[in-house]
Design a protein around this ligand. Structure first.
Ligand SMILES: [Zn+2]
Length: 307
């Protein structure tokens, strides 16, 4: 067994005595040699410990990123099987031949630059919160507003004409709307409509919140930006724009009141079928729902207890 530091410290006292009274005698030299050996043993143990700790830190730091990248790319393949041809080491190859990198290796981006030019990693980085809203989101917390346009072009159509050709009529509450048939978006909206019908039978007061529908497909950019809106792809729906506002229009001082006044059960139905709600964004859009099954699937996975 190795001596403790205490006992080795005690062992130094006789050595001091020998040195002061009789110079460096034989047993003192042995003690010195023993100390040198002990110090070198301690130094080598420290070196080994440093190497082990460094390796451990590298493994701990790199594993979550690696796991996020792999699981995010697999998630996109699972949620958009028609558009993702393969998951590659650095990103995705889409069925239209476009290759998208998971990371972009440029300098750090401002929040606005991240919205303008997100990577796949950025697109999935902000976790969409399921459930009722109870507090204001942090500034710049807009899960779902970072969209890689090239990705959604491969999913839903590359221009207005191509998207239009993919639209189909969906019966939604008491009306009919156009929605993109690709990737199950229209089917998901139809399922939302059916569940909402049932909810409205019990809560007819919610009807005025939802109707009339203010729009689905419109090939356009997000207001005051160069970014394509999800409406461009026919994969978003605005419910009654007069009853539900947008952050740029809002002149009041109680955004949380706006969020909580919207029926949480309506939001829950949309989320159940793969839609996210703009009412959960810092820059809120209370009327807006868009089909983003990857964000809902990721949120459910994060919310699930560990196996
Ligand atoms: Zn909208």
């Amino acid at each position: 067994m190795l001596p403790s530091l205490d006992s080795s410290a005690k062992g130094l006292r006789p050595l001091e005595t020998h040195i002061s009274h009789a110079g460096v005698a034989g047993d003192a030299r042995e003690a010195i040699a023993g100390c040198a050996l002990w110090n070198s043993f301690l130094a080598s143990r420290k070196r080994t410990l440093r190497v082990v700790l460094t390796c451990l830190a590298v493994v701990l730091l790199s594993c979550p990123a690696w796991a996020d990248k792999t699981s995010d790319l697999e998630l996109l393949r699972r949620c958009y099987p028609e558009a993702v041809k393969s998951v590659d080491p650095g990103g995705l190859t889409l069925t239209d031949g476009v290759k998208l990198a998971y990371h972009d290796n440029g300098p750090p981006k401002t929040p606005e630059e991240t919205l303008d030019h997100p990577s796949l990693e950025d697109m999935l980085a902000q976790p969409y919160p399921l459930g009722a809203v109870t507090r204001e989101p942090a500034p710049e917390f807009d899960p779902g507003r970072r969209r890689v346009a090239a990705f959604f072009k491969a999913v839903y159509g590359h221009d207005a004409g191509e998207v239009k050709a993919n639209l189909t009529a969906v019966k939604f509450l008491s009306t009919t709307v156009s929605f993109n048939a690709k990737n199950g978006a229209a089917k998901a909206l139809q399922a939302v409509g059916m569940d909402l019908e049932e909810l409205l039978r019990a809560h007819p007061e919610y009807r005025a919140r939802l109707l009339p529908i203010s729009g689905t497909f419109a090939w356009r950019k997000v207001a005051a930006t160069e970014r394509l809106s999800m409406h461009s792809f026919g994969a978003a729906i605005d419910v009654n724009a007069k009853a539900n506002t947008y952050w740029r229009w809002y002149k009041g001082a109680d955004p949380l009141g706006l969020r909580t006044a919207f029926p949480a059960r309506v939001v829950e139905i949309f989320e159940r079928h793969g839609f996210i709600w703009g009412g959960k964004w810092a820059r809120f859009d209370i009327m807006h729902f868009e089909y983003r099954p990857e964000l809902i699937a990721k949120a459910r996975k994060d919310a699930a207890p560990a196996p």
